[in-house]
Design a protein around this ligand. Structure first.
Ligand code: DGT
Ligand code: MG
Ligand code: MG
Ligand code: MG
Ligand code: MG
Length: 270
C-alpha cells in the first residue's frame, strides 16, 4: 500500500529506547499529595488504608508487567525494578513510564472504595508522575533501595515525633518543628519513649520501613518459566506479587546509617 503523504510526520518522533543490559527503575510519585492526603483526611502520619491502596495499585502494575522483579513503596511513591534483559516496548522510555503511571493511577482510583469504604471515590482525580532511571549493576540498585528506605525511615521518625508533639503534646506545628530542629534519631526515639510512651521500633514495620513487592521465584522444574506471578493474598484484580515487610529489616539494629541531624524530605507537616 502506498504511503500517505502525511506519513512523513512520523519522522518527527524521537527514538527514546533505553540502553540495553542495564536495570530500568521506574519511580512514580503522587502530585500534591500533601493536599490530597489532607483533603481525604488521611490519618497522620500513616494512613493504613492509603498504604494498602498504594500496595494494591503496585500489585496490579506487577501483574500486568511480568518484567518487574521488585517494587518498593513508601508515602506517595512506588519504585519498580525491571529485569536487566527486559525488552518491553523495545525499552522505549515514554511507553514504559507512561504505562506504569497510567496503570498505577487507574488502579488507585479503581480500588479506592475497597479501602476508603466510606467514600465512593476520591474527591478529585489523583495524579502521579513518573520517571525512569538506568542503573548499571546490583551495587547501584541496592543503594537505590537503601536510599529510598533511608528516606522512609527519616521521614517517618520525624513525622511520628512531630504528630506526637502536636496531637498528644498540644504543641503548635511551629513549636513542634522548633522542638525537633537539630535532633537526631536517638533524640527522637528517646523523646517518643519518655514523653509519649511510644517504643518507635515496635511500630508497624510497614510504616517504618516501607512495603516491598517481590515476584516469587519457583523451582525451575516446576514450570518452564522460572518466574511466575503468585497470589498469596486474595484481592480483586491482583495476582502477581505479595506484600512483605522490607526483607531482613524487621529485627536487629537498623542498617541505615543516618546523618547526625536529619531534615525530612517529605513530611506530612502542615
Ligand atoms: P510533589 O510530589 O512535589 O507533587 O508534592 P507532594 O505534596 O506530593 O509531596 P511529597 O511527594 O514530597 O510528599 C508526600 C506527601 O504526602 C507528604 O505531604 C505526606 C503525604 N502523605 C503520604 N502518605 C501519607 C499518609 O499515610 N498520611 C498522611 N497524613 N500524609 C501522607
Ligand atoms: Mg516530590
Ligand atoms: Mg508527591
Ligand atoms: Mg513523595
Ligand atoms: Mg494504539
Amino acid at each position: 500500500m502506498a504511503k500517505s503523504k502525511y506519513e512523513y510526520v512520523k519522522e518527527f518522533e524521537t527514538d527514546d529506547r533505553m540502553l540495553r543490559n542495564v536495570y530500568v527503575l521506574v519511580r512514580i510519585d503522587g502530585k500534591g499529595f500533601h493536599k490530597f492526603s489532607q483533603t481525604h483526611d488521611f490519618a497522620k502520619p500513616n494512613d493504613v488504608r492509603g498504604i494498602n491502596l498504594m500496595n494494591h495499585a503496585a500489585r496490579c502494575v506487577m501483574h500486568e508487567l511480568d518484567d518487574i522483579l521488585l517494587a518498593f513503596g513508601e508515602s506517595d511513591e512506588y519504585s519498580f525494578l525491571f529485569r536487566k534483559s527486559t525488552d518491553l516496548y523495545q525499552r522505549r522510555e515514554a511507553k514504559i513510564v507512561s504505562t506504569v503511571v497510567s496503570l498505577f493511577t487507574s488502579a488507585y482510583v479503581y480500588y479506592w472504595n475497597d479501602y476508603f469504604t466510606d467514600l465512593k471515590r476520591p474527591l478529585y482525580p489523583p495524579v502521579f508522575d513518573g520517571r525512569a532511571v538506568l542503573y548499571p549493576s546490583e551495587v547501584e540498585v541496592k543503594d537505590y533501595f537503601a536510599w529510598r528506605q533511608a528516606d522512609t525511615h527519616i521521614n517517618n521518625l520525624f513525622n511520628t515525633s512531630f504528630w506526637a508533639l502536636v496531637e498528644e503534646g498540644g504543641l503548635t506545628p511551629k513549636a513542634a518543628e522548633a522542638r525537633l530542629c537539630g535532633t537526631d534519631s536517638k533524640d527522637k526515639n528517646e523523646m517518643l519513649f519518655t514523653e509519649f510512651s511510644t517504643n518507635y521500633s515496635k511500630l508497624p514495620a510497614m510504616y517504618r520501613k516501607g512495603s516491598v513487592l517481590l515476584r516469587e521465584q519457583i523451582p525451575k522444574d516446576a514450570d518452564k518459566d522460572a518466574i511466575i506471578p503468585t497470589l498469596p493474598e486474595t484481592l480483586p484484580g491482583s495476582k502477581s506479587a505479595k506484600v512483605i515487610p522490607a526483607p531482613g529489616l524487621q529485627s536487629g539494629p537498623d542498617p541505615i546509617s543516618e546523618p547526625a541531624s536529619e531534615a525530612p524530605s517529605g513530611q506530612s507537616t502542615p
